[in-house]
Write a new protein. Structure first.
Length: 165
């Protein structure tokens, strides 16, 4: 998929709405060769998905071995809106707490007092974190109004052909 095609999909209003959500599902191949799909908080910086994790997270060795991932960001309401993204992970070990981690968790409902307590707890717990950065190499938006899964699109075409016959 070309970069301009990815940008066109990610710039759509529904995609932007989904990219402003709190949680994505990160799919990768674990060290045992089995697929994993884990929910993880994220932020979109306009060109990359950034997730943060502990330096001892079990997913890190697997991501170092096979950095290809898939992400799903979706809604719960009908009709569902689904943004699918594929890309290659870059891991960035940082001292302290990455700004993105604080931004990611900034959208949760907390009183100012809870926010201060939460941030103090985070800073006392982590001496560093790993930024998991994904630059999209493929994207698809499914909103069930203007876009459908490819298999459903094929069924719609087949039905139309039957009706014309």
């Amino acid at each position: 998929m070309r970069a301009n095609e990815i940008t066109e999909i990610l710039d759509r209003p529904i995609s932007q709405e989904l990219l402003a959500r709190d949680v994505t599902r990160l799919a990768y191949v674990a060290k045992d060769g089995m697929p994993r799909n884990v929910p993880i908080a994220f932020t979109w910086n306009g060109s990359e998905i950034v997730m943060c994790t502990t330096k001892n997270a079990p997913k890190l060795p697997a991501l170092r071995e096979n950095p290809m991932v898939a992400l799903t960001i979706d809604t719960e309401a009908h009709p569902p809106k689904i943004l699918l993204i594929r890309g290659r992970v870059e891991l960035d070990v940082v001292d302290g707490i990455p700004d993105e981690y604080l931004q990611i968790n900034g959208s949760y409902k907390m009183t100012p007092e809870q926010r201060v307590e939460w941030e103090a707890e985070v800073r006392s717990l982590y001496d560093g974190m790993v930024r998991i950065v994904v630059t999209p190499t493929w994207a698809k938006l499914i909103d069930f109004e203007t876009t459908l899964p490819s298999a459903v699109e094929e069924l719609v075409r087949q039905r139309a052909e039957r009706e014309r016959a």
